[in-house]
Design a protein around this ligand. Sequence first.
Ligand code: RB5
Length: 153
Amino acid sequence: MRIAVGSDHRGCVIHSKVIVFLKRLGHDVVDAGTDNSEPVDYPDIAAVVAGQVSRGEVDRGILVCGTGLGMCIAANKFAGVRAAPCHDDLTAEMSRRHNDLNVLCLSSDLLGERLIDRMVELWLNTPFEGGRHARRIEEIEALERDHLPKRKC
Ligand code: RB5
């Protein structure tokens, strides 16, 4: 898969480790920064990664910040983006099975590296179940169209 990865300054260490892990698994990584602890605003990074997912330039995105929450809020402003913070195996798996999550948001403050590696692999390998869940995703897309015009840029 082609996967865009970004973080703010709080997530920069995990960000680098996630990139190494993804490459080891054989994925093609697009690095949206940041690679150091100089403060950067999470919406700027989320916009780069979520924009690429929204335009179909990458298959998936991974965003890291202190809690994973700010990245998630910003990423969900983009059309077709389904971002959520996952915090264990179950949320990583179910986010794929039922929600077809295309942007995984991670907390650098709350999650250990081994857990993150496991969650990332699970999230990449778990298929969307479709069926009634696909209908619900379509309902979300209708909400986007009707109530929240989003940027495609
Ligand atoms: C940055 O201080 C922090 O607010 C950010 O990393 C994230 O936790 C926001 O949700």
